[in-house]
Design a binder for this molecule. Structure first.
Ligand SMILES: NC(=O)c1ccc[n+]([C@@H]2O[C@H](COP(=O)([O-])OP(=O)(O)OC[C@H]3O[C@@H](n4cnc5c(N)ncnc54)[C@H](OP(=O)(O)O)[C@@H]3O)[C@@H](O)[C@H]2O)c1
Length: 283
């Protein structure tokens, strides 16, 4: 089966398409047409957030596509600065309204701390936010719960303080940034790992040596980079505005050779100081 048609079963049995389409930075006036193209190409997993300010256009594209709602997996996230029960409730309700849907497939805590507050302890507040997510989950308004960009130290208190264990953890996994310890810890605690920014927001193309490895595998550099997290059992979420790249980015069905994977893992030694914006706390 092609990767674009494959699903993973989360720890609660909920099914998630393994390839996600990201919408960070897609302006409101173009998002409807971009999502329409992504759905035509075959994406069935759309990832967004209220802070991307494009939920209405996403909802509109989904409705106009005629694809049944239950065939599309929609993930939204609680903004980093929202750290209260009431705030989280409000934001989930608003996301559903903006998207025009009566349930979300997944809701994640976008970041363990508000942007710029790395190092501060928001463990109690994150548990409060998560309780709001649990309330929505219990009412079956949300299919799966998750975290994003948490360190192990930030996950530990949360896991002790919640009733419904998180089903997902979305982190920046890309060549040079495998996050082995966080992936392992997440997996051991029942979370499927999603890889946001598999192209490191385009910076992957500046890495030396990838063209040669991609050619050896019969892939483009983008395909090699999107295949990399899949090899680590991390499910990539990639964004592009262009239909030809959407098509390119889903052709990632073949496993990489052991030698290529080893060569790609070696980049972890080279890139220790890379920081994509908005994911500082795990990098
Ligand atoms: N949880 C979090 O904190 C968090 C953080 C970051 C991202 N995310 C999610 O993950 C999604 C993906 O991450 P991202 O948008 O940051 O970065 P990304 O997907 O790694 O990279 C996107 C960039 O790569 C380019 N690109 C895409 N396909 C390409 C191809 N085949 N060839 C050449 N260039 C290509 C895009 O340009 P064009 O659009 O011009 O093609 C864009 O500049 C986001 O949209 C968002 O939904 C979540």
């Amino acid at each position: 089966m092609k990767s674009i048609d494959r699903h993973v079963e989360l720890s609660n049995g909920y099914r998630m398409p393994i390839l996600g389409f990201g919408t960070y930075g897609i302006p409101k006036d173009t998002v409807e047409s971009v999502i329409s193209k992504a759905l035509e190409v075959g994406y069935r997993h759309i990832e967004t957030a209220p802070i991307y300010m494009n939920e209405k256009g996403i909802g509109s594209a989904i409705r106009k596509s005629g694809i049944p709602r239950e065939d599309i997996f929609i993930t939204s996230k609680i903004p980093p600065h929202i750290k209260s029960y009431e705030g989280a409730m409000r934001v989930i309700e608003r996301s559903m309204k903006n998207l025009g849907v009566d349930y979300l497939d997944a809701v994640l805590i976008n970041n363990p701390v508000p942007w710029g507050e790395e190092g501060n302890d928001y463990s109690e507040a994150n548990i409060e936010v998560y309780h709001a997510m649990e309330a929505m989950y219990e009412k079956e308004l949300v299919g799966a719960l998750g975290l994003s960009n948490f360190t192990i130290e930030e996950m530990e208190p949360l896991l002790k303080g919640v009733k419904v264990s998180p089903h997902l953890h979305q982190i920046g996994v890309f060549i040079g940034h495998s996050l082995d310890a966080i992936r392992t810890y997440s997996g051991n605690n029942g979370m499927a790992v999603q890889a946001h920014s598999p192209l490191a927001r385009g910076r992957i193309f500046k890495l030396e040596g990838l063209e040669r490895l991609a050619e050896k595998e019969g892939l483009s550099v983008a395909q090699l980079a999107i295949r990399f997290p899949l090899e680590l059992n991390a499910y990539p979420i990639v964004k592009t505005l262009h239909k030809d790249r959407m098509r390119e980015n889903i052709n990632v069905d073949e496993p990489l050779s052991g030698d290529t994977l080893k060569a790609l893992k070696a980049y972890d030694e080279d890139i220790r100081d890379y920081r994509p914006p908005g994911a500082k706390s795990v990098l």
